[in-house]
Design a binder for this molecule. Structure first.
Ligand SMILES: C[S@@+](CC[C@H](N)C(=O)[O-])C[C@H]1O[C@@H](n2cnc3c(N)ncnc32)[C@H](O)[C@@H]1O
Length: 241
C-alpha cells in the first residue's frame, strides 16, 4: 500500500455507507453503475489509463471531480459542458446512487463514475491530460493527528501538477477557514500553481459558473461562509520555483 512522507499507509478514511439504500436506489446502483462506471482494465491494476479508452472516443477536454457527494455539482457541470468528458470519484455509495439518478434523468453520456478512492486511479492517468479539477468541500479532518488524511498534501500537489494541462483550472472550496488556509498554503507553495484571486475578498465570491453543492447548501443554511479558491496550472517551463 502506498504511504505518505510520514509513513502513514494511504487508505480511504471516510464513510462508504450511510443509511441503507432504498430498494429503487439499490436497483439503480446495480443496473446503472455498470453503464456509467469507469471501465478499468482488469488484467493489470497498475497499467496506465488512456482517457480515450475510458470513454470509447477521443477526449478533447477531461474534467474531474473528487468527492462529488450527492453529485448535484457534477451532473450540472456535465449538462452545461456537453463537449467535455467527466470522471467523478466518490466512495460513499449513497452519494453514488444519487449521482446515478441525475445521470439517468438527464441522459448524460459524458460522465464516468468511480465509486472508490480517487488517488490510485488518478495516478494512472497521463501527464497533462486534465482540463479542470474540482475538489469541493473535501473532508476537513479537523484534529491535528488526522491532518495526514486530508486530500491536499505535498504528494497530491505533485500529482495534480503532473495531471493538469498548461492553463488548466483547479477549483477548491471549503467552509472551514483552517482547512482553506491549509489548502491555499499547499497549492501556492507548489511552483506549478498560480492563485487566480484578483481582488481582496475574491475568495468569498463563487465563480460565475458556480453550481452549489449539497454540503455547501447545508453550510450556508447554518450560517458558515465558504471560501472559493481558483488556481491555474502555469505553463510547463514557467513554474515559479
Ligand atoms: C464533505 S463531503 C462533500 C461532498 C460534495 N463535494 C459536496 O460539496 O456536497 C466530502 C466527500 O469527499 C469524499 N472523498 C474523500 N476522500 C476521497 C477520495 N480520496 N476519493 C474520492 N472521494 C473522496 C467523501 O466520501 C465525501 O463524500
Amino acid at each position: 500500500m502506498a504511504s505518505d512522507e510520514d509513513g502513514h499507509a494511504r487508505k480511504f478514511y471516510g464513510r462508504r455507507r450511510g443509511r441503507r439504500l432504498r430498494p429503487w436506489r439499490e436497483q439503480l446502483f446495480d443496473e446503472a453503475l455498470p453503464r456509467y462506471g469507469l471501465p478499468l482494465p482488469e488484467e493489470d491494476a497498475a497499467a496506465p489509463l488512456d482517457p480515450a479508452a475510458l470513454f470509447g472516443e477521443p477526449v478533447d477536454a477531461l474534467w474531474i471531480e473528487v468527492g462529488f457527494g450527492g453529485g448535484e455539482h457534477l451532473a450540472a457541470q456535465a449538462k452545461a459542458h456537453a463537449q467535455a468528458r467527466f470522471i467523478g470519484f466518490e466512495p460513499f455509495v449513497n452519494g453514488v446512487a444519487s449521482l446515478l439518478r441525475y445521470l439517468e434523468e438527464a441522459r448524460l453520456g459524458n460522465v464516468r463514475v468511480h465509486a472508490d478512492d480517487a488517488r490510485p486511479v488518478l495516478e494512472r492517468l497521463p501527464d497533462a491530460s486534465v482540463d479542470r479539477f474540482f475538489l469541493l468541500f473535501p473532508d476537513p479532518w479537523l484534529k491535528k493527528r488526522h491532518h495526514f488524511r486530508r486530500f491536499i498534501q505535498p504528494e497530491t500537489m505533485a500529482l495534480l501538477a503532473r495531471l493538469l494541462k498548461d492553463g488548466a483550472e483547479l477549483r477548491i472550496a471549503s467552509d472551514d477557514m483552517g482547512v482553506a488556509r491549509w489548502m491555499l498554503a499547499h497549492v501556492t507553495e507548489h511552483p506549478a500553481f498560480e492563485w487566480l484571486a484578483r481582488r481582496p475578498g475574491d475568495w468569498r465570491e463563487p465563480p460565475a459558473d458556480w453550481v452549489q453543492t449539497r454540503y455547501e447548501g447545508k453550510a450556508l443554511a447554518q450560517g458558515r461562509r465558504p471560501v472559493y479558491l481558483r488556481f491555474r496550472r502555469r505553463p510547463r517551463g514557467q513554474d515559479v520555483g
